[in-house]
Design a protein around this ligand. Sequence first.
Ligand SMILES: [Zn+2]
Length: 141
Amino acid sequence: MTKKQSTMVKKKPESKSNTKVTQREKKIQEIKKNLLNQKKALLVGAVEALNELPGQTVFPDLGDQATAEIDRNFMLRLKGREQKLLKKIEEAMERINQGVFGICDKCGLEIDIRRLEARPVTTMCIECKTLQEEEEKLMEK
Ligand SMILES: [Zn+2]
């Protein structure tokens, strides 16, 4: 006569940490896809902005020319910002390819996946980023 086999279910699944890694990997692959789409959208936007540059237009008087120059400067600045973001996206994709994506630049720990999903170009964990921002604020004072 045997008792209920209660000891059988006590064993824990040992693959738990492995499953976690693959989940993260899966999310990172999704982020990579999003980065690629973001890069494409940025390039399309940059080309459109370039086509709208009033470079070839002839201006009837100085007043209009001044306005046009402000617009042009704005476009160039926008382009600069887009270029910066493009570079960040490319760097993030490079980190994914090298398998070092999502590792904090400062402390070397894994960055929270939710943070990476929200800001894939980030290179710092929330703790280090907060610290850095606090330091920057102190520097400004
Ligand atoms: Zn960190």
